[in-house]
Design a binder for this molecule. Structure first.
Ligand SMILES: [Zn+2]
Length: 239
C-alpha cells in the first residue's frame, strides 16, 4: 500500500469494504466484524485537521477506517491525535502494519541490521525490501516492536483501536508473495526435517522451488514454514 502524506484519501483495497468508491453506497456494507456492519474508508492519516476529518468521515457514514500514516516511521505517540478524535467520534481504526519494505525505514533497518535474513523468492532472487518470514529478528522488529504497541491501544482504553491488518505484500522486490521463503536456512531446515540433507547443499536457490515441486514436496514445504512461523506466536501472545 502506498505511503500516505497525512490527509485522508480514498483508494482501492481488496480486503475491506469500500462502498463509497464501488458505488454501493455506505448503506450497503459488504462485511461484518463482531456483529457490526462495516463501512470502511482507506486511508485516514494524521494531520493538523485530523479532528475535522474524523468528523467528516463519520458524517459520510463510515464507521471504520484503515490507518497507515507512515506507520513504519511514526511512533505511536504521533498517532494519538487520530486515536483521540476517533475515540470521541465513535470511529474504529484498523492499523495497517506493513510486513514488507522494512529496509526502507531507517529505524527498522537499524533493528534488522546485520543478522537478518532476506526473503528469497521462488526464482532465487533475494528481496531488497523484505526479510525472511521465519526470521525471529524480523518478527521482533516488525511485529513486537511496531504492531504490538498499536494492538495495546485497545487494552489502554482506546475503543477506537479495532485491530491490525498485517500486510505481507512485497512492493519493492516484484514478488507475487513473500510468505514462503527459499533462503538457505529455510531450505536447509526443511531438507533436514525430511532426511534429505543431500539436497540441502546440492540444490541452489534458483532451482529450489522447481526441485520441491518436481519431488512432490511443495505442500510439505509450505506446511513446514507455516509451522516455523506458528512457533513464534506463543511468544507474541505472551507479550
Ligand atoms: Zn527464509
Amino acid at each position: 500500500m502506498p505511503k500516505q502524506s497525512g490527509a485522508f484519501v480514498a483508494i482501492g483495497l481488496c480486503a475491506i469494504a469500500l462502498p463509497g468508491i464501488a458505488g454501493a453506497g455506505p448503506e450497503k456494507p459488504v462485511g461484518q466484524w463482531g456483529g457490526e456492519r462495516i463501512r470502511c474508508l482507506a486511508y485516514l492519516g494524521v494531520s493538523d485537521k485530523t479532528e475535522e476529518q474524523v468528523a467528516r468521515v463519520r458524517q459520510m457514514g463510515f464507521n471504520y477506517v484503515l490507518a497507515n500514516p507512515g506507520l513504519c516511521d511514526s511512533p505511536v505517540e504521533t498517532l494519538m491525535p487520530l486515536v483521540r478524535a476517533a475515540d470521541k467520534a465513535g470511529l474504529r481504526i484498523i492499523w495497517v502494519a506493513s510486513m514488507a519494505n522494512q529496509f526502507s525505514n531507517p529505524a527498522l533497518r537499524e533493528a534488522l541490521a546485520g543478522d537478518t535474513r532476506r526473503f528469497v523468492g521462488a526464482d532465487g532472487r533475494v528481496s531488497p525490501g523484505s526479510a525472511c518470514p521465519t526470521d525471529p529478528v524480523f518478527w521482533w522488529a516488525v511485529w513486537f516492536n511496531r504492531a504490538l504497541p498499536l494492538a495495546r491501544l485497545a487494552a489502554q482504553g482506546h475503543k477506537s483501536s479495532a485491530g491490525l491488518l498485517l500486510d505481507p505484500e512485497d512492493y519493492s522486490g516484484g514478488f507475487d508473495e513473500t510468505r514462503y521463503c527459499h533462503d538457505d536456512l529455510c531450505f536447509y531446515s526443511f531438507c533436514e526435517s525430511i532426511g534429505r540433507t543431500d539436497a540441502a547443499a546440492a540444490v541452489p536457490a534458483e532451482t529450489r522451488h522447481a526441485w520441491l515441486v518436481d519431488n512432490g514436496l511443495w505442500d510439505r514445504y509450505c506446511a513446514f514454514q507455516d509451522e516455523q512461523v506458528a512457533k513464534m506466536l506463543p511468544t507474541s501472545a505472551a507479550r
